[in-house]
Every structure is written in structure tokens, then in C-alpha cells.
Design a protein around this ligand. Sequence first.
Ligand SMILES: NC(=O)c1ccc[n+]([C@@H]2O[C@H](COP(=O)([O-])OP(=O)(O)OC[C@H]3O[C@@H](n4cnc5c(N)ncnc54)[C@H](OP(=O)(O)O)[C@@H]3O)[C@@H](O)[C@H]2O)c1
Length: 254
Amino acid sequence: MADKYPWKVAWITGASGAICGDVARRLADGGVKVAATARPSEALDRIGSEHENITAYPADVLDADALKDCAAKIAGELGAIDLLIAGAGMYEPFDIDDVDVAGFAKTMDLNVSGVMNTVASALPAMLARRSGHIALMGSLFGYTGWPGNGGYGASKAAIINLAESLALELRKTGVDITLVSPGFVDTQLNASYEGKKHFVMSPERCAKRILKRLPGRPYEIAFPVQVALFLKLVRAMPNGVGRAMIRAFIKAMG
Ligand SMILES: NC(=O)c1ccc[n+]([C@@H]2O[C@H](COP(=O)([O-])OP(=O)(O)OC[C@H]3O[C@@H](n4cnc5c(N)ncnc54)[C@H](OP(=O)(O)O)[C@@H]3O)[C@@H](O)[C@H]2O)c1
């Protein structure tokens, strides 16, 4: 089983959550040593004690210094981190009639700065070793604007741009970057989303799809494929046409 995946040590933030928790379990089952990070909680303790290959490393991704210490501790205890999955994230509703600016700032902080803090903690050692793999959890909602999604969508659009920049700069460094963009997954994260959810998948199915392709180190893993293609087409269209396509989609799908 030890060779099921091409990594020995994986560091996963958001590992007490639904999607990354399942990714952590699957990697651990496949023989990968997993460092599971989230803020201290019973859920993190649980995942840290349920599998011999999973160790909890509590940290807040908003605390850049604590995260650097955490990365050094993991490398010292488990070995060099060769896969990083930056998965900590959140969703806040976005209502133009009552814009929650604090919620917007919180979302941008966690979903963008939290990811940057995480990458900055692991990247120097990967560059020094000329080897490593970084996966950023994006979202299909990052590909184009969507009603009710002004905060979350903006934060995930930033992640898409960050991944593009990193992909350009990391070329020939031995470090690969993968942007992971799932559609709706049935988790607590989007419980407050008020629109209709289309093509919803379970966290287990999502994790399985991610891990089916991640070992190949592609630049992008985006699914469900039909939704990803639609949103990319919207993006490529002249603005008015793209927005008309979104309105038509919402009308047709309810
Ligand atoms: N669910 C979806 O529909 C969907 C779709 C596409 C992409 N995604 C993305 O996939 C990732 C995981 O989503 P999910 O649905 O599995 O979310 P989830 O179940 O709500 O899990 C979120 C995780 O982030 C952690 N977290 C939150 N704030 C943190 C902080 N300050 N420091 C460290 N960890 C923190 C949470 O733990 P604590 O709060 O205990 O720290 C938890 O482990 C997110 O990036 C999300 O945007 C989700």
C-alpha cells in the first residue's frame, strides 16, 4: 500500500473539515504520513487519533509565524513535506441589500491570506530540495461571478490567479502546483448558501475525484466537468454574453 501515492509526507490544512478530512484519511490509508492542521478542536483531535498515519498539528492559518513553526515541526517529526494541500476555507453569504463587510474581510483573510501563509510556510524547503507538490483548494465559483457569491467567489478568483502566477514561477523548480476546483459539495461550509445548489456531490466523492488525479500533478482538477466547461465558456465570452448565459442557466435550472 505504501506506493499507492507518490508522496511520503502530506501537510493538509482544513483537515478537520469534510473534504480535506476525507482526503487525509484516504492518503493515510495509502501509506502517506499525514500532518493534519486546523484550529484546535475535538474534530481535529478525532482525526489525529483515528489513524496511525495521521498526526494533528493544530494551528491557525491566519497566524503566519505559528504556521512556519508548524511546518518546521512537521518536517522535523514526520520528514520533508512533499505534498501540501491548502484546504482551510469558509463561505459567507453576500447580500447586496445589506453587505456584510466584516464577513467579506473574514472570507478574504481566510481563503486568500490563509492560503498564502500556508504556501509561504512550506515553499522555501520545497524549493531548497527542488521537489514538492502544492495543491490549492479553489472552487468553480472562482471562475466567474455568480449571484450571492460576491465574497466567496472573489476569494476563490484570487486563488485561481495566485495558482497561475505560481505555475509560471515554479516552472523548472521541481515544485508543482495544482489548482483544485470542485463544484458544490455537501458540507457545512455552504450551509448558509441561499441559492439553489446544482450538481451537489458528497465530500467522499469529491475527495476520491481529487486523489484520482492529484498524483499525476496536473495544473488543474476541476469538476463536475460539465459545470467547469460551462463556467470557463462564460469567462471566455464577451461580458454581456457571459452574463446572459448565467441568467439563462439560473432560469433553466431553477
Ligand atoms: N463545500 C463545497 O461546496 C466546496 C466546493 C469547492 C471548494 N471548496 C473548498 O474546499 C475546502 C474545504 O471545504 P469544506 O467544504 O470541506 O469545508 P469545511 O468542512 O467547512 O472545513 C473547513 C476547514 O477549514 C478549517 N479552518 C477554518 N478556519 C481556519 C483557520 N483560521 N485556521 C486553520 N483552519 C481553519 C476548519 O477547521 P476549524 O474551523 O476547526 O479551524 C475546517 O477544517 C475549502 O477551501 C473550500 O472553499 C468547498
